[in-house]
Ligand binder design. Structure first.
Ligand SMILES: Nc1ncnc2c1ncn2[C@@H]1O[C@H](COP(=O)(O)OP(=O)(O)OP(=O)(O)O)[C@@H](O)[C@H]1O
Ligand SMILES: O=C(O)C(=O)C[C@H](O)[C@H](O)CO
Length: 336
């Protein structure tokens, strides 16, 4: 069994309009389970890792369904506790052409958002990595503190910290949270950051006017200077030609000054882009845990992200062999 990776974050129900419809255009919604950090755990479990989720769900049928869905894909859910309260929801309508996708959150005061009493020393026992994201601290003071506590405990215990910026402006606005001050404390504990120039600008109080690879490279330099524990910074590079046609690449920077860029992938008819950043994060972590070389692990992460664009739902339900086949250009023939 490979190294244990634990992911801390909220489990959510996604209620989405069918196809490309607007919300409630017809009276039906599709249900998927999501949550940025849980998405990473599912991907890692699919790649064969010992992946666990630490979370708090409502002690009702919705909480049970969310936990059951993680178990179905091999995620360890022993540290997901159920308490009285409500599950967080998000509504989604997929965009198309020139109409962007829209997310409507209904998650205020969820069981997860209220909780901050985690015994991190116990929960992190045996873990090699802790994965966190910017969604949890954006929910409110309790989860912001829980995320900071988790990152600090991990560092004390020698557990590596992975943090995905996942900036959610709508969530920060609901409670006027000081994103810069809170995220800075988490960035300070991270060994691995998934962040671009915009995430770094928020934390370092800079303005992020420029775009593209150079903007990320410059911001990465500032992040390595500001945060001495930081070893790697990875980011996707996305050019959007329309809502469902993108060019995707990715970059990886290391503390030793090396810079890697993966090839461009053309995504012509995107099925679902939610969770693609999480798929990238899981792919990069898989590569690091497996000891892949930087170019190889970056390409694997990008391949995983590309494949997620083909799948409805938040989870990237692909095996490592499928990602390998894509990055080694095995072609698109029907497998039979
Ligand atoms: N307004 C913003 N301020 C700061 N950072 C932002 C902002 N908007 C996006 N970002 C950051 O840019 C990066 C890329 O964002 P993007 O919306 O493309 O999501 P993703 O991480 O690729 O996909 P997903 O989160 O759906 O899995 C993320 O790290 C995100 O935190
Ligand atoms: O937006 C959020 O807070 C979610 O966690 C829902 C999705 O699963 C997430 O955005 C995917 O990264």
């Amino acid at each position: 069994m490979s190294q244990r990776i634990v992911c801390f974050g909220e489990l959510l129900l996604r209620l989405s309009a069918p196809g490309r419809e607007r919300l409630l255009q017809t009276p039906g919604l599709e249900v998927h389970i999501g949550g940025a950090e849980a998405n990473v755990a599912v991907s890692l479990a699919r790649f064969g890792h010992d992946a666990a989720v630490i979370s708090t769900v409502a002690d009702n049928a919705l909480g049970e369904a969310a936990v059951a869905e993680l178990r179905r894909y091999g995620v360890d859910t022993r540290h997901v506790r159920a308490v009285p309260g409500r599950m967080g929801l998000y509504f989604l309508s997929h965009g198309a052409l020139h109409r962007p996708s829209e997310v409507l959150y209904d998650r205020a005061d969820s069981a997860f958002a209220r909780a901050n009493d985690y015994d991190w020393e116990a929960l992190l026992q045996g873990a090699a990595w802790l994965h966190l994201s910017g969604v949890s601290p954006a929910l409110g003071a309790a989860t912001a503190q829980a995320t900071i506590d988790a990152a600090r405990a991990a560092r004390r215990l020698g557990v590596k910290v992975s943090f995905d910026g996942n900036f959610r402006g709508k969530l920060w606005q609901t409670w006027n949270g000081d994103a810069a001050a809170i995220l800075r404390q988490i960035f300070a504990e991270a060994d691995l950051l998934f962040a671009d120039h915009r995430d770094i600008a928020v934390v370092l109080g800079e303005s992020a006017r420029a775009e593209g690879e150079h903007a990320v490279a410059e911001a990465a330099g500032h992040a390595f200077a500001a945060f001495p524990h930081l070893q790697w910074l990875a980011s996707t590079l996305r050019t959007q030609h329309s809502v469902d046609r993108h060019t995707l690449s990715a970059v990886l920077a290391s503390r030793d000054g090396s810079w890697h860029r993966a090839p461009d992938y053309e995504l012509e008819t995107i099925v679902d882009r939610i969770g693609t950043g999480d798929a990238f994060a899981a792919g990069v972590m898989h590569g690091l845990v497996e000891g892949m070389k930087p170019d190889e692990l970056l390409h694997f992460g990008l391949g995983a992200a590309c494949l997620k664009h083909s799948l409805p739902g938040d989870f990237n339900l692909v095996a490592r062999e499928e990602v390998q086949a894509l990055v080694s250009q095995a072609g698109f023939h029907v497998r039979r």
